[in-house]
Design a protein around this ligand. Structure first.
Ligand SMILES: C[S@@+](CC[C@H](N)C(=O)[O-])C[C@H]1O[C@@H](n2cnc3c(N)ncnc32)[C@H](O)[C@@H]1O
Length: 221
């Protein structure tokens, strides 16, 4: 099926609250295990989490890599708010974890990060080159890169089947968002083309994962 973009930023309060209340812990934990498998020597001193939302992944990064400074970036204040509240309750992390409201592309963001991580941002972007440009802008030479996202199913019926398999008990707003996200996601072939256009094809590789995801990983030159 053709891609149908969805709104980039998740600015709706009901949407943000439902997202923050949902339990994504199994998938988030899988992502962390995959990161450790891909980069057994760690992620270095400075990690950025693009499109961090309420910080599900940012908190885990800060906990799993206790010598790293972690920066979570998101363009939507409503999505960042629960993460900022949670950080207020976690004084032990406050020296190493920060959140900033930034909308990509943002040429004022500094480079030099030793790792660039992103979960479920790519499918939100109307222009996917924005993500690959941000990876190049923010990552230091040798930086670890790990991007995970949904991949677009072949038909609307396949999208509906995934929603019914994985989100049938979720609040309606999340069910609606999930279908929209599956329709907005890219295929591995499209991402391969994006990497080629961004001059990253010799540094990053893409592969389908499970029945609904894709991953992009590698190191910048
Ligand atoms: C589906 S959420 C993923 C949140 C988080 N990464 C996670 O794993 O739970 C996607 C997030 O990307 C943010 N986003 C979308 N487009 C963006 C942009 N151009 N710049 C910054 N953030 C963006 C949205 O506001 C939203 O919070």
């Amino acid at each position: 099926m053709q891609r149908t973009p969805e709104p980039e930023l998740m600015e709706g309060l009901d949407q943000a609250l439902a997202y923050a209340a949902a339990d994504f812990s199994a998938g988030d934990q899988q992502l962390m295990e995959r990161l450790v498998q891909l980069f057994p020597d760690g992620l270095g001193a400075a990690v950025v989490d693009l499109g961090c939302g309420p910080g599900n992944i940012s908190f885990r990064l800060a906990e799993r890599f206790p010598t790293a400074q972690v920066l979570g970036l998101d363009g939507a204040a409503a999505m960042l708010a629960p993460g900022l509240q949670e950080l207020g309750r976690r004084p032990a992390l406050q020296q190493r974890l920060r959140f900033e409201q930034r909308c990509l592309p943002d040429p004022s963001l500094p480079g030099g990060f030793t790792a660039v991580v992103s979960n479920s941002l790519l499918h939100h972007l109307h222009h996917p080159a924005v993500l690959w440009q941000a990876v190049r802008q923010l990552g230091a030479p040798g930086a670890c890169v790990f991007i995970k996202d949904l991949r677009r199913p072949p038909t609307p019926e396949a999208a509906l089947a995934l929603q019914q398999r994985y989100l049938s008990d979720a609040p309606l707003v999340l069910q609606h968002d999930y279908i929209a996200s599956l329709h907005a996601a890219f295929t591995p072939e499209e991402v391969q083309q994006q990497l080629g256009d961004a001059g990253l094809v010799d540094q990053l590789q893409v592969a389908p994962v499970d029945d609904r995801y894709l991953e992009v990983w590698g190191r910048l030159l």
